[in-house]
Ligand binder design. Structure first.
Ligand code: ADP
Ligand code: MG
Length: 233
């Protein structure tokens, strides 16, 4: 099995004036292709810090992070390029552009790929079909329910066929029934071969993944496979 995420002794220290805050301490983490992992921990544990490094949005202070065989210790331009090519993001607040319709939102990450307009439309439509929203391509985000908005965001994340789907509190803004539907969709996408990392403060949501990593005070406190998983899918 190929390794998608490989972190060795990753530390993150935030500097504020003359003081320092250690948000991550000696994090070692390996995630293989096809895994479905949740990263869970209380507020302030370091989840967002870890997610920013995994997502190539920020760099570690020390240690090594290799994403799908590429070292992320590189220039900002190269890092954005890796991020755009390898990662699909799903955020708590969807991050859809309100003035664009559904299909235009899904096309956004494809703009950098040098495709023709027709190819872009086709790819975006294929993504929207996978999340069951092909009939809503002309809707604006404001004309959709929360669950539909998150499905558009998932379609956008899938559009580039990334190595990794990185979801940060994807159910945080949804009622529990709709949240459950989003989780079911992530499970289905994992079944189809997508590697998924789900970040949450919610233990119950975390239990939906195949492997559960608990973070506390900037350290990995536990890392276990979920024996319940095959029963609940
Ligand atoms: N940019 C920053 N500058 C200084 N401290 C930060 C910064 N970002 C986060 N922290 C601190 O690092 C710790 C971990 O934060 P964070 O990764 O956001 O945790 P979580 O997402 O688990 O709530 C917290 O104590 C937070 O205050
Ligand atoms: Mg956070």
């Amino acid at each position: 099995m190929d390794v998608v995420i490989e972190m060795k002794d990753v530390n993150k220290i935030y500097k504020m004036g003359s003081s320092e805050y250690r948000a991550l301490s000696d994090v070692n983490l390996n995630i293989k292709k096809g895994e479905f992992v949740s990263i869970v921990g209380p507020s302030g544990a370091g989840k967002s810090t870890l997610m920013n490094i995994i997502g190539c949005l920020d760099l570690a202070t020390s240690g090594q992070y290799i994403l799908d065989g590429e070292n992320t210790d590189c220039s900002d331009d190269k890092l954005s390029e890796i991020r755009n090519r390898k990662i699909g993001f799903i955020f708590q607040n969807y991050n859809l552009l309100p003035k664009m319709n559904v299909i235009e939102n899904v096309e956004l990450p494809l703009i950098y790929q040098g495709l023709s307009n027709k190819e872009m439309k086709e790819k975006a439509l294929k993504s929207l079909e996978r999340v069951g929203l092909a009939s809503h391509i002309k809707h604006k985000p404001a004309e959709l329910s929360g669950g539909q908005k998150q499905r558009v965001a998932i379609a956008r994340a899938l559009a580039t066929e990334p190595e990794l789907l990185l979801a940060d509190e994807p159910t945080g803004a949804l009622d529990s029934k709709t949240g459950k539907e989003v989780i079911e969709m992530l499970k289905q996408l994992n079944k189809e071969g997508n590697t998924i990392v789900l970040i949450t403060h919610d233990r119950e949501i975390a239990q939906e993944a195949k492997r559960i990593i608990t973070v506390k005070d900037g350290r990995i406190e536990s890392d276990e496979s979920n024996i319940e998983y095959s029963r609940v899918v």
